[in-house]
Unconditional design. Structure first.
Length: 96
């Protein structure tokens, strides 16, 4: 049986790998005109496909990442707002 912690680790690692692929392929796409002037021809269709598919994969994994870590995210954001006093001010406005 797979624990939730190991699923979180796998999702986080996949999220990181997908964004690294997006970054590397984006850099290659951005610098491709300079590389072409230097005489280095790259198969741009493959780089574009990698960029698009890894971007959509990262988008999907980010939704899964937020869903798996929703309680922690809610706790982090709640403590941030509580420390600044915004929640107390908002609650006091709704009581009147």
């Amino acid at each position: 049986m797979t624990s939730v912690l190991s699923i979180r680790r796998a999702v986080t690692l996949s999220f990181l790998v997908a964004w690294i692929l997006v970054g590397i392929s984006g850099y290659i796409l951005l610098s491709s005109p300079l590389l072409a002037k230097a005489g280095l021809r790259l198969p741009m269709n493959i780089v574009i496909d990698i960029h698009v598919y890894s971007g959509f994969t990262a988008l999907g994994i980010s939704a899964l990442h937020i869903a798996l870590n929703y309680d922690a995210l809610k706790s982090y954001l709640g403590s941030t707002f509580r420390s600044s006093g915004q929640i107390q001010r908002a609650k006091s406005r709704t009581k009147h």
